[in-house]
Design a protein around this ligand. Sequence first.
Ligand SMILES: [Zn+2]
Length: 183
Amino acid sequence: MKNNPQFLIVHHTGASETNPKEDTSHHTFEIVNAWHKKLWNFKSSLGHYIGYQYFIDKTGKVTQGRADTDEGAHTLGKNLSSIGICLAGNFDVTEPTKEQVEALKVILKAKMSQYGIPLKNVVPHRQFANKSCYGSKLSDEWVQNLLKVKPVPTPDPVPSNGAIVDEIKTHLQAVDTLLGKIK
Ligand SMILES: [Zn+2]
């Protein structure tokens, strides 16, 4: 079955099984790939086992694990209608690096435009699962806020010619009044 991307689902690598507070930001593509091979042994058309289409390590390096059209193994019920993107780290306890966030924005923008995916369909894993993924330190809106264009501040209105003429008249009247007083 071919994946037909309608959602962009963002994940973190999360805690280890034994320690919910473990910082997993050092996890690499290879580590997660080996883990998922052990879990599911579900090979992608690119020859990897990692369940996500894209993996972003803490330096911001992006590695593709599955083709966009490959079935994913990251979000139950959405693996044939989404692209999974995972950031290394446990965002229940830490936050993503600047480099990760920049790389994430690039992928999200590219895939939104490539597949016509609306902003409302760019979501954390927890929207579809009873878990904290992409981490409780990041709000539900965090990922969509990354993609919103900041409004450009409106400049002060430039006075119209009429307003300038009125201002000059007022000044001239003031000068007249002064001259009147001097006479
Ligand atoms: Zn997840």
